[in-house]
Design a protein around this ligand. Sequence first.
Ligand code: MLT
Length: 265
Amino acid sequence: MKTLDNNIQIFQKGDSHNLPLIFVHGFPFDHQMWDKQIEHFSKNYFCITYDIRGLGISPVGDGQYTMESHVDDLFDVMEKLGVVKPVLCGLSMGGYIALRAVEREEEKFKGLILCDTKSEADNNETKLKRSAGIKKINLEGIQKYIAEFVPNCFAEKSFEKLGEEYIAILGRSMNSDPNGVKGNLLAMAGRTDTTDYLSKFKIPVLLLCGEYDKLTQADVMRGMKDKIENSEFFIVPEAGHMSPVENPQFVNDKLMDFLERINKS
Ligand code: MLT
C-alpha cells in the first residue's frame, strides 16, 4: 500500500516495467472488488488500484467531490507513480471517472475497459434517487442505505455463489463514512455527459455488462459500442452489476484477449 501526498490509498502489484493497468472501483465499494483481476493480471502487467476519495480507506476530507476532482485524483495517482500510457479499467462510477478522464486527456491512455457503466449523465429521476439516498442516510443511517443499495448490485444467484465474499463486501460498504458516501452521490448527480465524445475515441475500448445488471442496461452499453469506432462489447453471463466479482473467469478471459491485442499493437 502507498499513501500519496494527496492521501489517496494506492495498491500496486506486478513488475512496474510491464504495461500498466489501472482499476477504478464502483460506488459504494473499494479497490478490493478488483482482487480477482489483480491476482490474475499482475503476473504479466503492472496492476494499480486505489480507493476513490470518500470510499474504502481513502480520506473523506470535507466530503465534497466532483467527477472532475475524482479525475484529478486519478491523474495525480498516475503522475506520482510515474505511470505512462496505462490501460484504464473502470466499473460503474469508476467508469464515469474513466470516461471523463479519457475525454479530458485521451493521449494519456493506451486503452479503455468499461464495465457496467454509461456515458449519460443522471436524468431527473436518478438525481431524485440520489437525493432520496442522502436523506435516507441522514434519517436512517448509512447501514440502512447500504443494506438496500448493495444487494441490487448482484445477480440473485451470486449471493450463494459468493457466500462469505459477498458478506465481506457488504460489511466493508456498511463501514463507509456517511459523508464520503453522500459526497460521492452528489458527485455522480453532478457529473457531465460524456456521450458526445464516444464517436471521437481513438484508443481501443472493451465494454462489458452483466447479464442481470439492474443498474446499467446492456442496451445502453451496446449503444455506446455502436458509437465507438474501435470497440467490442460482451454480456457477462451469470453476473449482475458487479460482473468482475461475480464472473471473474469470463471477465478475465475478455480482458486477456483485449490486453494481448493492445500489447502487440
Ligand atoms: C456504481 O456502481 O458505481 C454506482 O451504482 C453507479 C451509479 O449509481 O450510478
